[in-house]
Each structure stands twice: as structure tokens, then as C-alpha cells.
Design a protein around this ligand. Sequence first.
Ligand code: AGP
Length: 596
Amino acid sequence: MCGIVGYIGFKDVKEIILRGLEKLEYRGYDSAGIAVAYNNNIYICKEKGRIYSLRESIDRSITGYLGIGHTRWATHGEPNKTNSHPHQSSTGRFTLVHNGIIENEEELKNKYLQGVKLNSDTDTEIIVQLIEKFVNEGEPVDLAIRHTMSELKGSYALAIIDKEDMDTLYGAKNKTPLLAGKGDGFNMLSSDAMAMIDYTNLFYEIKDKEFLKVTKDSIEIFTISGEKVTRKPYKADIDTIDTEKGTYPHYMLKEIEEQPFVIRKIISEYTDENGNIKISPDILQDVRSCNKVYIIACGTSYHAGLIGKQFFEKISKKPTEVVIASEFIYNMPLLSEKPMFMFISQSGETADCISVLSKIKDMGYKTLTLTNVKGSTLYREVDHTLLLHAGPEIAVASTKAYTAQIAVLAILASSIDNRVNIDVCKELSIIANVMESLCSDKEKYKSLAEKYLVNSRNCFYIGRSMDYHVCLEASLKLKEISYIQTEGFPAGELKHGTIALIEKNTPVIGIITQEKINLNTRSNIREVEARGAATMIISMKKVSQDTDAIVIDNVNELLSPLVAIIPAQYLAYYAALLKGCDIDKPRNLAKSVTVE
Ligand code: AGP
């Protein structure tokens, strides 16, 4: 998604904005731009492509102490320099960057901007032209901005510069994340704390329909109608070291290898000094008193939710339904009479989840989120939060957040009602050790990726029961970073049609960790082998056979997805590496999908 950064202070703003944009690169973008206020002028530099192109183009002789920057993930208007942000009003007085989507741009264009020459195909330009129009009609700047906000339908996080007032940086927010960073002699705005964390760890959360006036010494927050808002800043516990690659070639590899540590951190965060699980009684009360849990999520988090259903139904005997957020919004299932909603989201900013949340809150139901980002929209808007404690996940392909979500779900399920007497924290510490041993087999994964995947145009992961749910996540990992068309498929379902796709050397990877379906999945593997498939099996030791390519040490079957996914993460990583793909920032993707 797009990202915005703004700074006003005493340092040369160019490097601060560029560095902030680089911290937002992981969100995915196709162009970038910067505006610097200097000597009563506005310098603008925009480039299609990566931020290093922007670095190359920028005029280093320009020095200013007020600036804004933007990484654009095109939604309205193709990715090119003209459509890149910042955008300016007709006279060049106002300059603006925007993250979000304006839904009523045509209506506003026809109503207010007849005869105004627009320079781009973007919805964003409408905003900056409206501000200038209202100022030209006599409104003071802050009123003109709030007036514009009241006309906009859709989502926006804005940073705005007025050439006639270089002591003020303006901001505005609705349905798209925006934070204000509080510094000493400077202040910042950004979509994400990550862009500001090198300079400050004190942030103000900005709520929907709020407007900001920021100077180097003050941050003022107002409602859309102009009432001043009093709010205390919060301290983010992001350690900047977590946001660097260190010696790793890619964030994805770093994050795969952080998983054992994350599991151990989750154990320590969710147990007291006596090793007993500590989850807020309010959360347990709300989950216990519902008669059905609805898990709402997208992508990898949805795949974690499928495992969560197994936990709630097998450990806590709590009926559970897992629904893709974008499906729920337009096709809500028949709800039980006492539902409880759980939103699983690494970023806490996924628009599809946020849309469902606002619908559910209007219906008065209880809500819980499992998220990795403190202060995110979901974190702020739900009744309860269980943090993942996974540390910043930068790579677009989610790995440590997936296993963290599953671990926290297991802890929650066993706290609600432990009908199978599983000692989840003991099992998780065994799992952390098994993860560690799996992480030491990199050469094996690399050679298997080279043998089976690099030259394939498609691939299947097949499994049954929870192994099938792992196959869904394994296939998403492979396809989203190596671009190999991959399907996670129920092994028993192949014969009902999809087996027609199997031809000579089609790679089919079987995942087998569950004893009761071991032989069934193996017979399905033989079926595809008989039709020419190149097969590989990832199995747990207690069900393994000598011919299996990857054997995982035994763990509690219920928690096996936590380890079965590790080899699949590596296979995806090495397939993409060997194919020369952009592993941390795959094409067309964003880390946080903040538009529906
Ligand atoms: C996973 O590898 C993808 N990056 C994507 O499917 C992601 O899981 C999905 O967009 C949900 O994101 P969230 O967990 O931040 O809500």
C-alpha cells in the first residue's frame, strides 16, 4: 500500500524523508516522491520505480526543514511520474501526499472543479485542488482543509504543506492509518511508526476524521468540526534493531529464522512467574460466554484461522467458523445467537478486516484481535487484543506472524476450556526446539527447491485434515514470492477433477503429520506418481518412511502446523531466490492491504 511521511524541524529534511520512505518500502509501491519547502518555494522530485531512483534524481543543493514524501501503490491512474505524489494545487501553493482511496472524486470534480485544469489521473489531486478552491473563496487554511475533509468520501491519510506558511505541517485522517511522532525540536507524520522510529518512539494515534496542525514544537489535533482534542502520546516498543536485516540477505530469511525465538517470547509473555498461562479474565469470559466463534481474516492470517478452528473445536469444544474478511462483508453467514468475533491480522490495518469490524461493532457483538502491531486500527477499535509479540515483520510474505498467530490461538483455546489436557506451553517449547533444528537444514531445502520447483510452472501441495490447512499456507508462500502457480489441495479431493492437471514432472508435495490420515495421503501421492508427477513428502518422524524428503521431529499432532510449515517457507524462499525474484517485495503485493 501507499505510505506517507512528513517532517518539520531543524534538520535538513531530504534524508529524513528518504529514509522514512525506505522504511515503508516493505508495504509495496511502484513510484515515490518528495517535496521540500525552502526559501518560500516548494521543490518536488518524483520517480517511477524504487526509492533509489528518487535518491539519484534529487537535487542535493536544496535544503529545507519542512517536507513530505510518498510511496505510491497505484489504484487510480497508472504508475508513472505524473501520477506519483506529491500533488500540487493549480497555483502551486498547496502540496499534498495521500494514502487511501477517494470514492466520490467524480462527484467532487463536477461539483467544485469545473474549469480547473487537472494534471494527473489520480483521485488525490482532487483533494489538493479543493483545499485551494476553498482558500481562494476566503476560508482560512485549516478551515479549508476541514471543509475538504467533510466533502470527501473514502479513506485518506494526508500530509499537506502550504507554501505561504512554512512553519506548519498539516495532516488529516480517515480510515487509513496515520500517526504523529513527537520529537524534541521537531515533529513527524507517517502511515507507520516504522518510518519515524529512528527519530522518536513517542506517537499520537490519530483517529478517523481528525485534523492536525504540526509545528516543530507542537502537535495539535482537532475534530473535523474544529474542536481541539487532548490526547497523550504512547511509547512504541519497537526496537530499531528489529527493523534491520542485519547479516541476512533478506528480511524473509531473517523472519523465518526468528520463529523459534518468537515462540519462546510468546510463552514468556503469556505465562506468569509460576508458568501458568495468563490471559485477561475479560477475554476468557467473553469467549466462554459465546456459543460460536467467528474468525475473520485474510491471506496467511486466514490460514492461521483455519488452524485456530481446529484448536477451538478440539481443545475447547467451541463451535468455530472461519470466514475470509472480504467474503464476510458481502455475504455474511447466518450468525449464531451469541457470536464472538476474532480478527487475526499481523498488521492490524487490513481494510477488509476493518470493514467487517465496523459492521460487527454496529451489531453490538464482542470483538477480539490477534495482531502484531500495538496501536494499529484493529488494536484500537476492538474490545480485546492478544498481541503476537513477533517483532516487526517486514517481508511481504508472512512467516513468523503465521506461527505466532497459531501459537497464541493454541494458548487461548487451552485457556478457554482444556478438554484434551494439553500443556500448550510445554508443547510450544518443544516446538521451538524442533523449529531450530529445521532451520539448520537450509542446504537441503535449497537443493529440493532447485530439483523440484525452479523450472516448474506449477506445483501442488496436498494433505488431509490440518495438513491440508498447512498446504494452503505452503502454497501461498510459494506462489507469492516465486510466482509459480501453486495450489494447496485436499489430497482426497484430487481424484474429483483436479488430478487432470497432473502431467509428467508436475511437482506434488505431500504434507503428512497426522497419524490417522498417513496412509490415505500416501496413496494419493502414489495416484499422482502414476500419472507422472514428481513427488516429495514432508512428514513427521512417527509417520515417516525412508523415501520421505523431509522428516520433522515429533511434536504434538494438534500443534504440528507450527513445524510442518517451516520447510515450506524455506522451499518458497529458495525457489524465489534461485529464480531471481524480489523476495521481500514481490510484484503486485503490499505488506499491509489498506484498501478493499
Ligand atoms: C501473506 O504472506 C500475505 N502477505 C498476505 O496474505 C497477508 O497475510 C494478508 O494480506 C493479511 O494481512 P494481515 O495479517 O496484516 O491482516
